[in-house]
Design a protein around this ligand. Sequence first.
Ligand code: F6R
Length: 623
Amino acid sequence: MCGIVGYVGRAEAAPILLDGLRRLEYRGYDSAGVAIVDRGHLATRKCSGRIAALATLVAKRPLSGSFGVSHTRWATHGKVTDENAHPHFDASGKLALVHNGVIENYQALRDDLVRGGDTNFRSETDTEVLAHLIGKLYDESCASTVDVHQKKARLFAAVRAALQQVIGTYGIALVHADVPDFMIGARRGSPLVLGVGKDENFLASDVSAIVAYTRDAVYLNDFDIVAVERDKFEISSLAGESGDHQVSKVEFTAEDIKKGVYPHYMLKEIFEQPDSVRDAMRGRLSLEECTAKLGGLNMTPAQLRDVGRIVLMGCGTALHAGRVGEYLIERLANIPTEVEFAHEFRHRNTPMTPETLVFAISQSGETADTLGALRESRRKGFRTLGICNNVASTIARESDGGVYMHAGPEIGVAATKSFSSQVVILTLIGLLFGRMRNLSTAEGSRVIEALEALPEQIEIVLKLSDQIKAIAKKYADVNGLLFFGRQFNFPIALEGALKMKEITYLFAEGHPSAELKHGIIALVRPDLPSIFIAPDDAVFSKNLNNIEQVKARKGPIIALTSGNGVNQLKNIANEIISLPAAPDCVMPILTVIPLQLLAYHLAVELGRDVDKPRNLAKSVTVE
Ligand code: F6R
């Protein structure tokens, strides 16, 4: 949700900043801009539209200079216009600022500035107000200073003083025309990472922007401010204390974030699932004890045994994984488990018993709603663990422990491989807690067998891609889709509908199959296919009843099934997608993949921008 990149070094900044922005485009793509200082002169290019439009602008009117900042925007305050694109400037036009987040008290700050005589605002954004405030404080403190060291110190002090007045969230980077080879970054609530290079340093919302240049990174904490020069950096807190910050090695390389042979990141990530699922359980299964080993939970056996209730929270796809987790944990461990929208949990007074364990599920580890819920849960003293993909993300760092997904970078805006990894981890959690209670060794080893069989079974499911593409072509002119499933596959109906909405923009809804007769059946008609997720399991015959009900009303049926289901549905369903047989508790990992593929192929057929769907952005760092 907005991406920022900053550079200070010896190379030309423009290509590095544009390259970084391209890698952050998944965070927002409403508008983009860059500002670079060259020998005391600040020049900028910005425009609404994608990074490609900005690159064309820069190609027409090149920018020179070896330090600057850049931004790709997901609009929050102000329409998508060239004026509202970042960077924004102070009243003097010498300071350029890029920002990810929301300055909640921007109107009050702006009114103060206007009262002080500053009326030179060019945009409708909250960010410009912050740029003006910092610029004003700097100009007041620096009027007669010529010494460059003093200028740096005073600019730093101005940033700190301004941020002390801010209510809201920010990841910012800024440069000033009068302060050479110097950049300042700060964060509160929005991610910011410092890339440490040789004779060059970087700031970015996400390491993927800079991993082509350096794999040494410092993940900044909330309230950190960093002064960045070519060959050094200094981090201190908003309150003025210097902290302990380690340089970590980024886990992946620039190669890992290329599309390779795939036309879209989404397709690449769907096809990576045999590996990502394998990586989610690698080293975490104990065949001998028929259980899972999750040392990252930081809990003793006694503490594991004493958990009396589990709350799983997340948003969007992560929440759907949590819904599968609810069925899994209750089945395997018999612990009462609830799933909460993170944003609802945070603001309502959910009754919590002392023995409640909370999990925050988040691919990015930066989702503001989930982070807010995690903080609220910890504030109340509940042990709160993270299930995250991004190593060293804010949720991963602020939780009491957790389990990393190890799915590798997920760039496609529509989450795919992170979902299957989350479900695998929730299965491991169910297994571990189950084996601390009544789950027998025989049952435990059956779960392990089922998990270990998954990567090969996923390979088989991926081979259905061409069949699913043909189905997508056939149904490309539908007016919407309904998704139905029961038990473990009810959340898959929700996830299938979410994928469909996100990237095809078609109307899509997911429901428990049995809800059909309670109202949804009114929607059934010939141009609205129903997708039934109906593997050959204990509730197959119930699903079959619902399928017949739709059939009787001339609704087209696309059925995902397995085993005997294929025979039973062959004269009823219009299309059958036949899946390998698997125990019901791991089946969601197989049933979700055809739905990811169906959404993908339908979106391509409809000419949608699959990796950057309309109005969306990955990593939602605003509330
Ligand atoms: C759906 C999607 C979103 C995210 C949600 C949570 O394809 O990508 O619904 O799942 O915004 O994101 P994370 O998992 O990063 O917290």
